[in-house]
Design a protein around this ligand. Structure first.
Ligand SMILES: Nc1ncnc2c1ncn2[C@@H]1O[C@H](COP(=O)(O)OP(=O)(O)OP(=O)(O)O)[C@@H](O)[C@H]1O
Ligand SMILES: [Mg+2]
Length: 213
């Protein structure tokens, strides 16, 4: 079986790359895939998350390796790379050529959207190379996420159907090295469901990209 390779990248830091990485990898590993998360960010937030998980006896279901020097086990089906915020444009271009997909998380803030669109344009990413993921979207009845999603679609930009809502329980998850699905409470469960649906969307997309022809 071919190994799928997906990277997550953003023009700004602190947009939720590591939170998405941990949760999507967890959801993919629950589907029986052998997942490896390569932490290529010098902040190492995914690595520290996994360390906190281990210290607290939580099983994330996948291994986190050092993105730069780590050895990817030969039986890995799905390699996910968490990258450094604000990569230079050639780096982003290289990622788009070498990966099956680049996930670009982006908040609803105008500055974040502008920075994301600018890097897509300047790195000359092809529509089939990447997909924008709206993250930390304010909950309903606020319509900011929905409006932005429609605008991006109307502009012909690839955007995930699913958006990740802003949920306070992320802070506890991060602190304890848990995933939302391992936590109690309705908000955490709803968040976990969102990430599981996102993992489905990603898997369908990379499987399609691999169809011969
Ligand atoms: N959906 C969300 N709702 C609320 N808080 C979130 C959400 N996603 C992430 N966060 C919080 O936002 C902060 C930044 O998230 P995270 O570390 O995942 O971003 P990052 O892009 O990986 O940052 P860096 O560039 O520093 O690596 C963290 O405190 C995290 O817990
Ligand atoms: Mg990070």
């Amino acid at each position: 079986m071919k190994r799928f390779q997906v990277a997550i990248a953003s023009s700004k830091g602190g947009v939720g790359k590591s939170a998405v990485s941990i949760h999507v990898c967890h959801a993919l590993s629950k589907k029986g895939l052998k997942v490896v998360l390569a932490d290529a960010d010098s902040n190492q937030s995914s690595t520290y998350w996994a360390e906190r998980a281990e210290q607290n006896g939580h099983d994330l279901g996948f291994a986190v390796i050092d993105g730069i020097s780590g050895n990817v086990p030969s039986d890995c089906d799905f390699l996910w790379i968490d990258t450094q915020g604000n990569p230079d444009l050639s780096e982003l271009g290289d990622l788009s050529r070498n990966m099956d997909l680049v996930v670009l998380p982006c908040g609803v803030d105008a500055g974040e959207v502008t920075a994301t669109l600018k890097s897509i344009q300047e790195a000359k990413l092809e529509v089939s190379d990447y997909k924008i993921l709206l993250t930390r979207v304010p909950p309903r009845p606020n319509k900011r996420g929905e409006t932005l999603h429609n605008q991006l679609e109307e502009a012909g930009l690839p955007v995930f159907d699913l958006s990740i809502q802003h949920r306070i329980c992320h802070y506890d998850a991060n602190e304890s090295g848990l995933t939302l699905g391992q936590m109690k409470g309705r908000a955490a469960k709803a968040g976990a469901k969102e990430y599981a649906n996102l993992a489905d969307e990603i898997l369908k997309l990379v499987e399609k990209n691999h169809e011969p022809g």
